[in-house]
Design a protein around this ligand. Structure first.
Ligand code: NAD
Length: 248
């Protein structure tokens, strides 16, 4: 269970704030059945995401990347938003939280009711695919149907490679999402970093930027993070337990 004193302090900080921005990582989705990268025996170990350079390098690699993607999709087919996603959606509906910046690719903030235009997905979304050539969107269900017929890596009508709309290691960050995340960060007077080990950059730079800009910083993560030393409040508790009472 969450420590009562720190949870009460978090609730007070949220009450006192004018504009709260939440920054979320894989930890907010673990209670939904999607493991983070740090969990032992996680499915990510069996189906590791492929670096961008390797995806581009060969048809064989792309086929493997798509096989891993479909295997992960099968494991996560029935996931539903957790208590953390739902609490943030409530706080957004009341206007307290002005936006969520997420490292996650699972779409669970939107599934919980957070408006899509107020959720910034820094690492993209695994729910669809994009052509790396012309940028057109491809639906995963159609891509998969074709893959099951010919076992070939999908190609767009323009000839471009089709890739899940997630940002792989080594792939350029999406300029639009980065700009929106920067703008949100600068509007925050309270920045909540939730369920991220804060080691993946440049995403992890946002909490530090908010702090430098004068925002208060609260970190909710069950393990220590690199930014604990500059935070105003650190809660080493379970995300669902801490966030569940908020916004009711
Ligand atoms: P991470 O795996 O590096 O860190 C997650 C942190 O959350 C860990 O420190 C862990 O101790 C903590 N945590 C896990 N469950 C928790 C709980 N219930 N309560 C409190 N703390 C909890 O994840 P990251 O920092 O987000 O970075 C990994 C990268 O992997 C991201 O860039 C993301 O794109 C990708 N990823 C996404 C998903 C997803 O979409 N759900 C899942 C795994 C990885």
């Amino acid at each position: 269970m969450a420590s009562g004193t720190e949870s009460a302090e978090l609730a007070r900080m949220i009450d006192a704030a004018g504009a709260v921005v939440a920054f979320t990582g894989a930890g907010i989705s673990t209670e939904c059945g999607i493991p983070d990268f740090r969990s032992r025996d996680s499915a990510w170990t069996r189906h590791p995401p492929m670096p961008f350079e390797d995806f581009l390098a060969s048809e064989e690699n792309r086929v493997l990347a798509w096989r891993r993607k479909f295997a992960m999709d099968d494991l996560h087919r029935d996931v539903r938003p957790g208590r953390g996603h739902r609490a943030l959606a409530r706080l957004m509906a009341s206007g307290k939280v002005i936006g969520v910046i997420t490292q996650n690719i699972d779409g669970l903030h939107q599934a919980a009711g957070s408006p899509g235009d107020e959720v910034v997905e820094l690492h993209g979304n695994g729910g669809y695919a994009l052509c790396l050539g012309c940028g057109v969107r491809h639906e995963i269900a159609r891509v998969r149907k074709q893959f099951e017929i010919d076992a070939r890596a999908p190609r767009c009508l323009c000839g471009g490679m089709v890739k899940s709309a997630t940002i792989s290691f080594g792939q350029a960050m999406p300029a639009d999402a980065m700009a929106r995340a920067r703008a949100l960060t600068l509007r925050a007077d309270l920045f909540l970093a939730i369920g991220s080990s804060l080691v993946v950059h440049p995403a992890a730079a946002f909490p530090a930027a908010a702090r430098r800009n004068g925002a208060r910083l609260a970190i909710l993560n069950r393990e220590p993070t690199r930014l604990d030393a500059i935070a105003d409040l650190v809660l080493r508790d379970d995300i669902g337990d801490v966030l569940d009472p908020l916004g009711r």
